[in-house]
Design a protein around this ligand. Structure first.
Ligand code: FAD
Length: 326
């Protein structure tokens, strides 16, 4: 393919015509390949390939075409490519396809096709004009493969991402994923709130040394030695009448490489998940409850004292007549 997605020759065209040299074939010389080789290459290609006339009537289809569509070669020769249409692809997609072909350019895109057994599949289709030496379009070439599985996987990943994001964003705790370099690569709104509180007007990463200092090396060990830690209570004084209280929890995450190199080499990257729970309010309430309990105790003591005095007075009053009688 050329830079703009076309197939050999000019932009998006197939260099063709009976006398045109086959793609990849030396113009002359002993190493010239017989045309049969190119035919076999097309025939055995894992991509469904078809060649049509200018109305998209199928003149040739390779083996993969039969495998992907479920129609035998004999069944599709002479039929229009629209035999594959599921009639759910928007009109504008076909318009774009035909528009490109009319301008002697190739088109690539996705359409919903239907097999012979009526099952549908998402076809990743490329069509291109075959142009002769007089610069006239003589045929169309189509190549497609079933990309349903890739689409399903992409959609599943996207849906899972949306669901996970919804859960993380509504979680009542702050969460941040930290890279080996100590950068915050992902965080939820709660984390942003705490960062805005403790390190205002600074990047999200600025919160890590503040928390890390209190965690006594746990954050570093999480990334370097993959040692998790749990429920460590810390307090941070940011002025005001009371310090802020948090419980922290950390776990390391091993992520596999996504690029081609990672296919055989399974070495991954370590990230740390830091979970922070703001318990300042809980602490304040606990202290308040403690204070109230103390107050109640003191009030009780005062009451007991008062009662003691009253009883003493009564005893004193009672003793006077007793003394007199005595
Ligand atoms: P159509 O009557 O074909 O019309 C759809 C629109 O396409 C029209 O409004 C018009 O704007 C345009 N159009 C149709 N025919 C022409 C033409 N001869 N010249 C200019 N514009 C035209 N479709 C699939 O669904 N699946 C495929 O796998 C597929 N592969 C194709 C491969 C090739 C090489 C080509 C050229 C076309 C392919 N098509 C494919 C398109 C197919 O030919 C139909 O256009 C499409 O299926 C819609 O069919 P339809 O009967 O609903 O509408």
């Amino acid at each position: 393919t050329n830079e703009r997605g076309g197939i050999d020759g000019k932009d998006g065209q197939v260099a063709g015509g009976p006398s045109a040299p086959c793609p990849g074939r030396a113009a002359n010389g002993p190493r010239e390949l017989p045309e049969e080789v190119f035919f076999q290459a097309v025939e055995h290609s894992p991509v469904a390939i078809s060649i049509t006339d200018l109305q998209a009537n199928i003149l040739y289809a390779n083996r993969a075409f039969a495998q992907v569509t479920g129609y035998s070669k004999e069944e599709v020769i002479g039929e229009n490519e629209s035999i594959l249409s599921n009639h759910t692809t928007p009109r504008r997609v076909y318009k774009a396809l035909w528009g490109r072909l009319a301008r002697q350019q190739s088109w690539s895109g996705k359409i919903v096709n239907r097999r012979k057994d009526n099952s549908t599949y998402l076809a990743s289709l490329t069509v291109a004009p075959v142009i002769n030496e007089e610069n006239a379009t003589v045929n169309y070439l189509a190549m497609h493969h079933d990309s349903t599985e890739v689409h399903e996987l992409e959609q599943r990943v996207l849906n899972q991402k949306l669901m996970i994001e919804a859960v993380i964003n509504s979680a009542p705790v702050a969460m941040a994923v930290i890279s080996e370099g100590g950068e915050v690569v992902l965080c939820n709104p709660r984390y942003r709130n705490i960062a805005a509180d403790l390190a205002p007007d600074q990047p999200l990463t600025a919160l890590l040394p503040i928390i890390g200092q209190k965690l006594d090396g746990c954050l570093e060990r999480l990334l370097e030695e993959r040692r998790r830690f749990g429920d460590i209570e810390i307090s941070i004084d940011i002025g005001g009448y009371a310090p802020r209280w948090y419980t922290c929890f950390g776990v390391s995450i091993e992520v596999q490489g996504e690029n081609a190199d990672g296919f055989f080499d399974q070495s991954g990257t370590t990230y740390g998940l830091l979970v922070i729970n703001d318990i300042s309010e809980l602490r304040r309430r606990q202290q308040e409850a403690h204070l109230n309990a103390l107050k109640a105790l003191m009030a009780e003591e005062n009451m007991v004292q008062g009662m003691r005095e009253t009883v003493n007075g009564a005893i004193h009053q009672l003793q006077e007549p007793v003394n007199l009688i005595a």
